[in-house]
Design a protein around this ligand. Structure first.
Ligand SMILES: [Zn+2]
Length: 440
């Protein structure tokens, strides 16, 4: 393969930094917010009155886990519409149960629930830690506070049963029962009461009885890195879908560098909870995006009536999520004419059952963008005899009625604790998103 350009390498390095700093959607949204503020985007709050000015840049978050950022067009969306890149901030993981402390045999363990379609075996024998959001109260039990937590060292492990006590494991396969086999070891039996609460209070420098509740997940402390003969791969956790969050944000920030304002409004939105079906307060099936579109339309005082409907009809939604690259050991799992390649550029995802939002027309428009900018692209269709996964694309497309398409970068090991993708693909994807914002 061609030598990677400096730009592609440094973009992949930045992607890895973002992923390592973002073990949970809370952290991803916080990190994106920080970058947006530095780039001059103003933070809006959903409960406040918005004064949106043409040409100005804004962002808003919901439940600390979903975020939307946009550069308001110089003209009303009713006339020029929105160009929206959508992704998701969440990844499959193991979440800590509310009554977490388990004492079993000699060990102290934590109870966990499975979030999304976790490739369970990949979480075993890894150096794990805790991250998420902890809700504390003040000394008088009057007000609640949200504290973000990221414990930077390994404290947990889900140990596999050794091969000597599980002789058939390599012939019959590893079967993990989520209730029985996933509780990570947190130490040897502890004599203190509520060991997790005590641990959290030490980490957060607060009193144990001030911790009221939490949204905590396990994560792997191993940092992301390049991999391969010519460093042609990126090995990292949560590429699905922090890769697309990163690329969407980079493309919007690149647009922000341009001097002339755009007529249309360009937006990137990243939703939480895609991995569990999106039907939550801040998921892609919530009112989050709809509310923002409504409020932007309202702020154009010259906007005629029916502005909302007109703005949607003039818009395009690009749902960005990862795609399954051809696996060298399982090539038969792909359609022989439609298998994505790593470092082969954006993958247009098509499904006859509507599991992806792409149509022949939206696909053609995207192909023209790529051709004009000399970005390679490819097409993915699942094997006809295998069930296809889905994305936020069909939800947003059907709810808002915006012409949409599904695009993603090729990766291996999707939903594993450690995934891999191509180190040139972040560059291609960002260039394609820039083209989408400017030309679609
Ligand atoms: Zn995904």
């Amino acid at each position: 393969m061609k030598k990677l350009t400096k730009t592609a390498v440094s973009l992949s390095e930045n992607l890895m930094g973002f992923i390592d700093d973002s073990p949970t959607p809370f952290h991803a949204v916080q990190n994106m917010s920080t970058v947006l503020k530095l780039a001059g985007f103003e933070e809006l709050k959903e409960k406040e009155q918005w004064e949106i000015k043409p040409g100005n840049r804004y962002f808003v978050t919901r439940e600390d886990a979903s975020i939307a950022a946009w550069i308001t067009g110089s003209h009303s969306p009713a006339r020029h519409g929105f160009r929206i890149v959508g992704a998701h901030t969440d990844s499959p993981n193991l979440k800590i149960k509310p009554n977490p402390d388990i004492q079993k045999e000699d060990y102290q363990q934590l109870g966990v629930e499975v979030y999304g379609g976790v490739l369970l075996s990949s979480w075993a024998d890894r150096d794990l830690s805790l991250a998420g959001r902890v809700i504390t109260t003040d000394k008088n039990n009057k007000t609640l506070r949200k504290l973000f937590l990221k414990v930077d060292r390994a404290v947990l492990r889900i140990p596999l049963l050794c091969v000597h006590l599980n002789r058939d494991v390599n012939t019959l396969g590893l079967i993990l029962n989520p209730q029985k086999h996933l509780a990570p070891v947190f130490g040897l039996k502890s004599k203190v009461e509520d060991p997790l609460r005590r641990f959290l209070s030490k980490e957060l420098k607060t009193e144990p009885d001030q911790i009221v509740d939490y949204d905590l997940s396990l994560y792997d402390v191993q940092k992301s890195n390049f991999l391969g003969l010519s460093e042609e791969f990126v090995a990292a956790p949560r590429l699905d879908n922090l890769f697309s969050c990163f690329c969407g944000l980079e493309a919007l920030l690149a647009l922000n560098q341009k001097k002339q304002p755009f007529q249309k409004t360009c937006m990137m939105v990243a939703f939480d909870n895609e991995e569990i079906g999106s039907l939550t307060t801040q998921g892609a099936r919530s009112s989050f995006l709809k509310g923002i579109i409504n409020r932007i339309n309202h702020s154009f005082s010259d906007g005629p009536s029916q502005a909302y409907e007109r703005s949607l009809a003039s818009s395009v939604f690009l749902s960005a999520d990862m795609a399954h690259a051809l696996h060298p050991n399982y090539p038969e799992r792909h359609d022989p004419q439609h298998f994505p390649r790593i470092n082969g550029g954006p993958v247009i995802k098509i499904n006859a059952q509507g599991r992806y939002a792409t149509s022949g027309y939206t696909s053609a428009a995207f192909q023209l963008i790529c051709k004009r900018r000399r970005i390679p692209f490819q097409k993915f269709v699942n094997r006809t005899d295998l069930a296809c996964g889905s994305t936020i694309g069909p939800f947003v497309a059907s709810d808002l009625g915006i012409p949409s398409l599904d695009v993603g970068a090729a990766q291996l090991s999707m939903h594993s604790i450690r995934e891999m993708c191509g180190s040139a693909d972040a560059y291609y994807m960002i260039e394609a998103f820039k083209g989408f914002y400017e030309d679609a």
